[in-house]
Design a binder for this molecule. Structure first.
Ligand SMILES: O=C(O)c1ccccc1NCC(=O)[C@H](O)[C@H](O)COP(=O)(O)O
Length: 210
């Protein structure tokens, strides 16, 4: 059974549902333009509900040191997920904060996937996510999917995860077709942008485990 991360949780009931139904990782977004953005105080309250066998992952977009420090301290993050962050900066933040460090890699073409190799030695895990359109406010959480066949035969330079456009109806097929060791979802388990749905969370995690 692959690991499964529910990203962009922002309420106790949806967080509890993710934990109860077997999520390995829960994601808290620290990016003000996102409908899933959390303040450090809110994140701290949620993090206190997370048992030790579930990892808390902070999601950031090329963060400055202060943003990271506040979030890590408040939410006692186990891991940091970095979008739009250059490999040398990822490596620096990994060394500085001593947290498991995920580099999100935006994928549309084979060349995008090849660029993932630049994170070897810089990150602990790659999260392949669908590239959002130029000018989009968010680099993730938009329900977009990339061509999974790009992953066929690819020699992954690091442990990895699959993200982008997953939902309860397609996650089992995604795992079967790609062999993903970790799947990640946000909008696919929402009823509206930023509003997670406990039934969809349960259905996603059940399908991922099937
Ligand atoms: O979800 C957000 O609002 C977000 C904002 C800024 C950076 C990253 C963000 N999400 C990252 C994730 O890990 C999402 O789960 C991933 O992009 C998949 O989203 P979706 O396609 O909606 O399932």
């Amino acid at each position: 059974m692959p690991l499964a991360k529910i990203c962009g949780l922002s309420t106790p009931d949806t967080l509890d549902a993710a934990i109860a139904h077997g999520a390995s990782d829960v994601g808290f977004v620290f990016f003000p333009p996102s409908p899933r953005h959390l303040s450090p105080d809110t994140a701290a309250g949620l993090a206190a509900r997370v048992p030790s066998h579930v990892r808390t992952v902070g999601v950031f977009v090329d963060p400055d040191d202060r943003t990271l420090e506040q979030a890590i301290a408040a939410a006692r993050l186990d891991a940091i997920q970095l979008h739009r962050t250059a490999p040398d900066r990822v490596a620096h933040l990994r060394r500085s904060y001593a947290r498991e460090t995920w580099a999100a890699v935006a994928i549309k073409t084979r060349a995008d996937l090849d660029a993932a190799r630049t994170y070897l030695g810089a990150a602990d895990r790659l999260l392949y996510d669908a590239k959002t359109p130029a000018g989009a406010a968010l680099p993730g959480g938009m329900g977009l999917r990339f061509d999974w066949t790009l992953l066929t035969g690819f020699r992954h330079p690091l442990p990895w995860g699959l993200s982008g456009g997953l939902d309860p109806a397609n996650v089992a097929e995604a795992i079967a077709r790609t062999g993903a060791p970790l799947v990640d979802v946000s909008s696919g388990v929402e009823s509206a942008p930023g509003a997670k749905d406990v039934d969809k969370i349960a259905a996603f995690l059940q399908a991922a485990a099937s």
